[in-house]
Write a protein that binds this ligand. Structure first.
Ligand code: NAD
Length: 349
């Protein structure tokens, strides 16, 4: 089916409001999920509704949470989300980082134990809007889905990384990806009959590469969200040893070192840790020269000759911008199983 963003947003917001979130928080969750669909990351869109509702009901995520300051070191802070919804906690932590970087030029924020933070690029977008470069390294506690390079066994989360760079008066560059070949939600979308995932996205228990999402989810339980913990195989890290190393660093920097949880044993509560670095461009590169150099370089970058006449050189963030323009106009396409999971979630509340 195809549905316009607005009725979908209202429906999803209503589900979260009836389930126990304030109207403000329910609106924030719906806005974030639908925005992920609009920009083409269906993996982080409304397909998550049922799973979020199950987490809320199980007490794994807490409605209307707030940020607890653990350490305030001036330009850096360690804050605890205490498993509040990521759509509430994430923007609070991001605003704190932006505020501190406006004062000090740079800032570092270690966010512990947030509920699922969704699409990490949104935090890079928030910072870029404030004229700041930002880098976000994220881990996923208790979501041990990704095998290290050369291995079969799961050891890491899908540990996303996002970097945002403002580009003078143009739209910012937003790099935002999971360090696995695909985000787990993309396997979920494929399982639900949506876009297929690459044939090397997963590894089977006997070491073969496959694109079959059933390897991740195992047998499905009727009426329940598919659980990626149940499958016999694992997701593979992107970029072979390099992506595997980057994902490991996310576990260490966004998990262990800031006092959040890692994907390691014993099993933890599901959530995200995020280490974010913010740089206020006007403070760290006064004058206009840095931005002139950024613009000049980017303009030259995109003039690289494409490998074939039907391909083109895109900047990070460009595919998302194009998809959003298209989906705002024509609506969001949902797989039948995704729509059924939303109506199941609605019925359940
Ligand atoms: P992806 O593989 O689609 O890569 C997206 C990135 O690549 C974007 O920066 C995009 O602009 C860029 N890109 C795509 N095509 C391009 C092209 N042709 N040329 C140049 N650049 C191009 O993304 P993904 O790995 O599937 O991640 C999807 C989302 O999942 C992200 O928003 C990520 O933050 C999120 N995620 C969140 C969690 C979490 O626990 N919160 C975990 C994993 C992933």
């Amino acid at each position: 089916m195809k549905i316009k963003a607005e009725p979908l947003r209202s429906l999803v917001a209503e589900i979260f409001r009836v389930a126990g979130c304030s109207a403000d928080e329910a609106g924030r969750i719906a806005e974030d999920l639908v925005m992920a669909n609009l920009v083409g990351h269906d993996s982080h869109g409304v397909v998550r509704t049922q799973r979020y509702i199950e987490s809320l009901r199980a007490g794994a995520v807490v409605p209307d949470g707030s940020l607890e300051t653990v350490i305030d070191g001036g330009a850096f802070a360690v804050v605890d989300g205490n498993y509040g919804f990521g759509q509430t906690i994430g923007p609070l932590a991001c605003r704190l980082g932006i505020e501190k970087a406006s004062t000090h030029g740079v800032s570092v924020i270690g966010l512990r134990r947030s509920g699922h933070l969704g699409r990490i690029g949104r935090y890079a977008e928030m910072a870029a809007e404030a004229g700041q470069v930002s880098i976000h390294l994220v881990n996923v506690s208790s979501s041990t889905l990704v095998a290290p390079f050369g291995a079969i066994d799961r050891r890491m989360g899908t540990n996303p990384v996002s970097i945002g760079v403002p580009v003078d008066k143009r739209t910012p560059l937003i790099l935002d990806f999971a360090t696995s070949v695909v985000a787990e939600g993309k396997a979920l979308v494929a399982l639900n009959g949506g876009k297929a995932i690459p044939a090397d996205a997963l590894v089977t228990p006997d070491g073969r590469r496959t694109g079959d999402p059933a390897v991740l989810y195992g047998p499905l339980e009727p009426g329940r969200a598919p659980n990626p913990r149940n499958g016999p195989g694992a997701l593979r890290a992107m970029g072979d040893h390099k992506g595997s190393g980057l994902a490991l660093m996310c576990e260490l920097l966004a998990g262990a070192l800031i006092g959040s949880d890692t994907a390691g044993p014993p099993p933890k509560r599901h959530g995200n840790g995020m280490l974010s670095i913010y740089l206020d461009v006007e403070r760290v590169a006064p004058g206009n020269q840095a931005m002139v150099d950024v613009v000049n370089y980017v303009d030259w970058f995109v003039t690289a000759q494409p490998t074939s006449p039907d391909s083109e050189v895109l900047l990070p963030g460009e595919p998302e911008r194009r998809r959003r323009a298209e989906r705002e106009l024509h609506g969001i396409e949902l797989a039948d199983a995704t729509w059924a999971s939303i109506t199941d979630a609605a019925a359940s509340v």
